[in-house]
Design a protein around this ligand. Sequence first.
Ligand SMILES: [Mg+2]
Length: 238
Amino acid sequence: MTKINKEKIKVVAFDADDTLWVNEPFFRSAEARFYQILEKYVDKKENGKDFTEELYANEIKNLHIFGYGAKGFMLSMIETALETTEYKIEGADIQKIINMGKEILAYKIDIYPTIEKTLKALEDKYTVICITKGDLLDQESKVARSGLGKYFKDVHVVNEKDPKTYQRILNGLEIQPEEFVMIGNSLKSDVLPVTDLGANAFFIPVEDQWALEAVDEDTIEDKKYIKLERAEEVLNYL
Ligand SMILES: [Mg+2]
């Protein structure tokens, strides 16, 4: 079993979306309403069209241009709407899609129950930071709206969470991988790139996971992370 050598740990990092607060369900809800708008124009059953796949394909295609987050999601919804309705979608419905994007950018932050207690306990013993992927303005706004900013010595908003990004952050902190632990809901972004570097990671899965972040846990042979149900369980290890 994977162990954490807590004597060595200096920096504890948290992912933000779906680790500190609820995020993905806002995207899922917008998506459901988006499909309803499209059904006014395209009979899903008759055409055999799968809007989910169309949207997902556009999101992937646009990722390197728009980056992660609600703005890119909104633009990919608009592009998908134009394509699937063969440019027949009305301006008023485009406006509805834009409004859904704006809603996501302003949602009320719903912090997971044990987060604040956990951050309070950790900040005395470690340097606590936040590493989040996405749009700078949106991610900083969420941290501000959450009121959790005071617990983080630093908030890193990054374009991609790969080993290179984590290594750059470790270099900036002047620490070794074994002195670092990352906590997050995504195996792909928060856990595997971190354990690849030889650093520590806690995986706290959530029910709603964006398809692009989904990794089948059964395919990971050598699990070098610790899986938890709630954030406060990290206090059993740190
Ligand atoms: Mg996350």
